[in-house]
Design a protein around this ligand. Structure first.
Ligand code: SME
Length: 147
């Protein structure tokens, strides 16, 4: 199912006329197709801060995140996907919504350069696994071609 979804999203990104539409489409399709994705958004790296771009879900107070803060900052600094099974037990976690229990963040990379990241929250504990990682990393690679 996620393989088909990955194809659908990468096709939408490839067909998008610009980066803004590509990012909107990616966030919308992820959120629509996967009901356990309770918040889905994209941060873009500007200097040493991650700046919130398109998202679907409750408004987040974290619209600018320094690289040394949060799970978002860690994923960008370490240039790797991070999955947190229980945000309550991760001291890095910056709360966005009290319902959130788990989180996945996948960097959007061009070569060794971080362009931004895809951030997804779920209300379920340990909601994210290998298939989510592969899906978001595939979407991130497609977005890197457009951003
Ligand atoms: N939880 C993130 C902050 C972003 S909100 O979830 C949208 C973090 O710890 O970096």
């Amino acid at each position: 199912m996620t393989d088909t979804l990955a194809e659908e999203i990468t096709a939408a990104i490839a067909a998008a006329p610009n980066a803004a539409v590509a990012m909107d489409d990616a966030v919308r399709l992820l959120k629509e197709r996967l009901p356990y994705y309770t918040w889905a958004g994209i941060y873009l790296l500007e200097g040493d801060e991650l700046v919130l771009g398109p998202y679907i879900g409750k408004p987040s107070p974290h619209t600018r995140i320094p690289l040394n803060r949060g799970i978002c900052g860690a994923a960008a600094s370490e240039k790797t996907t991070i999955i947190v099974d229980d945000v309550h037990s991760d001291p890095r976690y910056l709360a966005c919504s009290i319902e959130t229990r788990s989180e996945i963040v996948a960097p959007i990379m061009r070569g060794d350069t971080v362009l931004g990241e895809i951030d997804v929250d779920s209300d379920g504990v340990a909601a994210f696994g290998q298939r989510d990682r592969e899906l978001l990393e595939t979407v991130a690679r497609a977005l890197a071609q457009k951003i």
